[in-house]
Design a protein around this ligand. Structure first.
Ligand code: AMP
Ligand code: MG
Length: 422
């Protein structure tokens, strides 16, 4: 089960940076250590719980990279056409099965084991065969078109590392070293609920002053992409007792509890108090825009502690803080070794003024500039509630804490949604 260390000093209401938040995560969150075996077909997107080494070379034998003729390089004339008798045939899965004589060419096909003797393969497009004799032009290099045993993977090397999130090519490589089952971390069990007296379930009536719950659905989708099993606890009113009961019930049976809304300092914001009454909050204010009130905490239940993430209610802030806090937390809890996404350098096609000492995330669309470098254009409204602007954007331009002014044309960091929400 998940554990958070208990020596937490109270960060209180201090505004902390995203780097500090990641540090706190790394210190306080220990991966859920349970593993299970799963077949290759069920492994994509999951986190590997073992190092995988190759018991043999891949490919296991030297073979031809093309369709053509296997020859001894030393039988070829350096400057004129060489004619050789074609003395046999080697196809993929059908080795020649004998040693090749000097002065002999062997018809060979892609993937066929190199017959004993020849060191070079002539491509069939470059040769002419008639009456059992192949005419080979000069100019080939010794060893051409021959793939060596172990060219892909050498015997004994580690091909996949514990903590990797498996992609299709990783699964292919596991198969090529003969694996059918892999040791994987068990999926995390995550529960979530939304809070707010105004929040309604889509598909039900929408009285005046109310809005449909979008955060629960974007969050469930994002959790699913990270491989979590999700229990949906629905929508709760702004009521500390009801919220507290849901926290207790959620923590009892899950590895992580996620909430939306009710995290700031308003009279109707009860989530933080409810968490503090049964655990503690490590931080609840990040120095970012959008998304300041996001909490990382823990809930005590049955003598253990369960991590807690409180997302802000504003839908854009909820997604941005999910990416900054919940995503790395979930990856770490789930056993992943890489917590932060790749960020790319692009050229800003807009100027921007910002406050010092907070990190800003600006919704942007990418085009390709005249010089081939990607250009980021600001996209949509900047409000923390304008969800449609995330829909049209390709990702977020990330402006660091110490910056106060961005000049158009400067290079900036860009976090593509394809890295983190796909
Ligand atoms: P809160 O963080 O609870 O103060 O909410 C901030 C803003 O986000 C308010 O305008 C809420 O109506 C809105 N909001 C809160 N929860 C949700 C939700 N689940 N889906 C959509 N909007 C929400
Ligand atoms: Mg609220």
């Amino acid at each position: 089960m998940a554990q958070l260390s208990d020596d937490c000093f109270d960060e209180g209401g201090r505004l902390i940076t995203t780097a500090e938040a990641l540090g706190i995560l790394a210190d306080r969150i220990t991966p859920v250590a349970e593993t299970e075996s799963a077949g290759l077909r069920d492994a994509v997107g999951r986190i590997l719980a073992e190092d995988i080494t190759a018991p043999f070379h891949v490919p296991p034998y030297d073979n031809s990279a093309v369709d053509g003729y296997a020859v001894y390089f030393d039988d070829l004339h350096g400057e004129m056409v060489t004619e050789l008798p074609v003395g046999g045939r080697a196809a993929a899965g059908h080795p020649l099965g004998r040693k090749v004589e000097r002065g002999e060419a062997i018809r060979i096909f892609t993937g066929a084991p190199m017959p004993d003797g020849p060191d070079t393969v002539m491509m069939q497009e470059d040769c002419r065969e008639a009456g059992g004799i192949v005419a080979i032009p000069p100019g080939i290099q010794r060893g051409a078109n021959r793939r060596s045993a172990g060219e892909d993977v050498t015997q004994g090397s580690t091909v996949l590392h514990k903590g990797m999130r498996l992609r299709p090519q990783d699964i292919g490589l596991a198969a090529s070293v003969g694996r059918t089952e892999l040791d994987l971390y068990t999926p995390l069990n995550v529960t979530l609920f939304s809070t707010g007296d105004e929040i309604r379930e889509p598909g039900t009536e929408l009285p005046e002053g109310c809005i449909f719950d979008s955060n629960r659905f974007s969050t469930i989708a994002a959790l699913g992409q990270l491989g979590c099993r999700v229990t949906d606890l629905g929508i709760l009113p702004d009521d500390q007792e009801a919220i507290g009961k849901a926290l207790d019930a959620g923590a009892a049976e899950h590895d992580l509890v996620v909430t939306s809304g009710g995290m700031s300092v308003g009279e109707e914001d009860h989530v933080r108090d409810a968490v503090e009454a049964r655990g503690s909050i490590h931080f609840w204010r990040l120095a970012i825009k959008p998304g300041r009130p996001v909490a990382l905490g823990q809930i005590g239940v049955d003598g253990r502690t369960v991590p807690f993430v409180g997302l802000p209610g504003n839908p854009v802030a909820a997604i941005v803080t999910f990416l900054l806090v919940a995503r790395p937390l979930i990856l770490r809890l789930g056993g992943a070794s890489r917590l932060v996404p790749l960020v790319y350098r692009v050229r800003a096609d807009f100027a921007h003024k910002k406050k010092k000492d907070r990190r800003e995330f600006i919704r942007a669309r990418l085009t390709t500039g005249a010089d081939g470098i990607p250009l980021a254009q600001k996209y949509g409204g900047s409000g923390a509630g304008v969800l449609s602007s995330l829909v049209g954007a390709d990702g977020l331009v990330e402006l660091p804490e110490d910056m106060t002014k961005l000049e158009s044309g400067a290079m900036v960091d860009f976090l593509p949604f394809s890295e983190v929400l796909a």
